[in-house]
Design a protein around this ligand. Structure first.
Ligand code: UD1
Length: 366
């Protein structure tokens, strides 16, 4: 009888790593399943290595595909693994297709599911991640939330508060653990990029990069901003596939590079003057680091990064982007109090809950 973790895409790896470690300390037997949703070395392998995650016990190698195809492939390959391994509980992370696929399989087999990073809502059902979040939370037996808004959302959706545990943010556990290592490699990284002051950009959401009427004006604005301050842009495969030429020709001050490893990217987030992104995790990491973050989305499932952090929602208002950019360039770094429970100990709190639940569980049901 073991705890089985499911990971699949880049943002899962830094969430699962500290939970795996905390559960190992408590002495749980663990099984790690990698769905293969992300498979490039830079999107997957380097994270396992850096974050010291053990080799997966099972690799499903599903690869890319349309949503239905990818989700179905994960489900059909994951089901026999669960049947063979008979875990006590399955842990799923975040909001990617691997998360919802695994939760669905377990719910139908009657295997308890715990969702790490439960309760977040953008209230925008055009986002595939929002659908994944809603469905996963409905199917989960234990829900670990990073912030009180998560608890409120779950309550409103009729989920019993007994299943919900406010534990804090596991991504920050990884950040706290690895920040010293990231700092140590920053001088060499700065030299390699030959940049002293810089901004950092990431864009990969379908709503931003799949439509040229949206992406091209966005890129043009970034090109203009890069004349004030050079921008480093590690490009996600989704964005690279569609726009490599346009990115390369945009501006000599827009430094288009391959996706970075965890430590390099963390070092750049820490030392950037400003970050421009559409990622969920980066809104959280910059909030912890106090780096101004301009989010190119109309909404966020992480409102606490706005009320208690350093995040500003820009939407698609390029004038607003310029104004907030100017403000950020003049701003001294955010030194406000850290967000409660974003303290590097969320995984320990998860391990405590699981240890208690599993030792008191009757007939395998939590
Ligand atoms: C997925 C998640 C998103 C998360 C993001 C982080 C879903 C619905 N979306 O989006 O929430 O923020 O990961 O990266 O699960 N590709 C490669 N190599 C890889 C992985 C992907 O080339 O290792 C390319 C493929 O062309 C693929 C495309 O990127 O079709 C998109 O990958 P996919 O996993 O479907 O979604 P992401 O956009 O990465």
């Amino acid at each position: 009888m073991a705890i089985l973790h499911v990971v699949g895409a880049r943002p899962n790896f830094m969430k699962a790593a500290p939970v795996y470690r905390a559960l190992a300390k408590v002495g749980f037997e663990q099984v790690l399943v990698h769905t293969g949703q992300h498979y490039d070395v830079q999107m997957s392998d380097v994270f396992f290595e850096t974050l010291e995650i053990p080799e997966p016990d099972e690799s499903l190698n599903v690869g890319s595909g349309a949503h239905a195809q990818q989700t179905a492939a994960i489900m059909s390959k994951f089901e026999p693994v669960v049947q063979a391994r008979k875990p006590e509980i399955v842990l799923v992370y975040g909001d990617v297709n691997s998360t919802v696929a695994a939760a669905l399989v377990c719910a139908k087999l009657g295997i308890p599911v715990a969702h790490v990073e439960a309760g977040l809502r953008s209230f925008d059902r055009t986002m595939p991640e929002e659908i994944n979040r809603l469905v996963t939370d409905q199917l989960s037996d234990l829900l670990f939330t990073p912030s009180p808004d998560g608890d409120e959302n779950l309550k409103r959706e009729g989920i019993s508060p007994e299943k919900v545990f406010l534990v804090g943010n596991v991504m920050i556990d990884t950040l706290v653990q690895f920040l010293p290592k990231a700092e140590a490699l920053f001088p060499a990284l700065r030299e390699r990029l030959s940049l002293d002051r810089f901004g950092l950009v990431t864009l990969h959401r379908p709503s931003n990069v799949d439509d040229e009427a949206i992406f091209l004006p966005m890129l043009r604005t970034l090109g203009e901003l890069s004349h004030d301050l050079p921008l480093v842009f590690p490009v996600h495969p989704r964005t690279r596939t569609r726009w490599l030429e346009e990115l390369r020709n945009c501006s000599p001050n827009l430094h288009v590079i391959e996706p970075l490893g965890y430590l390099e990217f963390l070092a750049l987030q820490k030392h950037a003057t400003v970050v421009i992104t559409d990622s969920g995790g980066i809104q959280e990491e910059t909030s912890y680091l106090g780096t101004p973050c301009l989010t190119l989305r109309e909404n966020t499932e992480r409102p606490i990064t706005i009320t208690a952090g350093s995040n500003v929602l820009i939407g698609r208002d390029w004038e607003r982007l310029r104004r907030e950019w100017d403000k950020a360039l003049r701003q001294t770094r955010n030194t406000q109090a850290p967000i409660p429970l974003w303290d590097g100990k969320a995984s320990e709190r998860i391990a405590e809950v699981l240890a208690k639940k599993i030792s008191t569980a009757e007939s395998g049901r939590l």
